[in-house]
Design a protein around this ligand. Sequence first.
Ligand code: PGA
Length: 225
Amino acid sequence: MNPFLIVGNWKSNKTTTEAMEWLRNFQFSISNFQLKNTSIILCVPFILLYPLKKEIDRLHVPLALGAQDVSPFPKGAFTGEVAANQIKELADWVIIGHSERRAYFHETDEELVFEVEQAKQADLNVIFCVSDINMIVPHGVDVIAYEPIASIGTGKNMSAGEAADMLQTLKKKTGITRALYGGSVTPETVRDYSKVEGIDGVLVGGASLDPTAFFQLIDVASSYM
Ligand code: PGA
């Protein structure tokens, strides 16, 4: 059985100093903890990938790293973009198509297809976000994340039963076997998602920013694995 995936998404938060402090606190909690069939991925701003990777390797923290976006272009003359092969040196995962990228940066379905292509060429694992089960999911996606807009950052999480139904439909439609729910997942609400069949993990925004809350969430989820 695939491990339950807990993916933290820091969005556009934390300076390098704050990130290092988060990691020290998180390591303090997780170092004596027995993770049961659970994998943790932390998706951070590009500039934090390098310092976090160095510290994660040095302290042997059980965390994989991911980026939150990738250039739709290969390396080259694309000022301001970060190419997939640059990410791959520091991380194994990337989130593509988050609703905030679509809404605020006008990323289109076509562009997202190129992003997935670039990520796969660099051998990155892709977590592709949709907020609606009818959205286009490009070929090559490894994990799908269903995040209803009304649930993101609002405290109005979708019930686990309803989320499981949505994920089931998405899996059938796309042939992708791993699917996550995201939207106001907290240490209090994660229990329901980890108990229900068909939810393979969670994508966590706000609750990943505090190392204690994030650890609590992992502790609860892991106890059901
Ligand atoms: P939230 O964010 O957990 O703060 O609702 C989830 C996300 O946007 O990935």
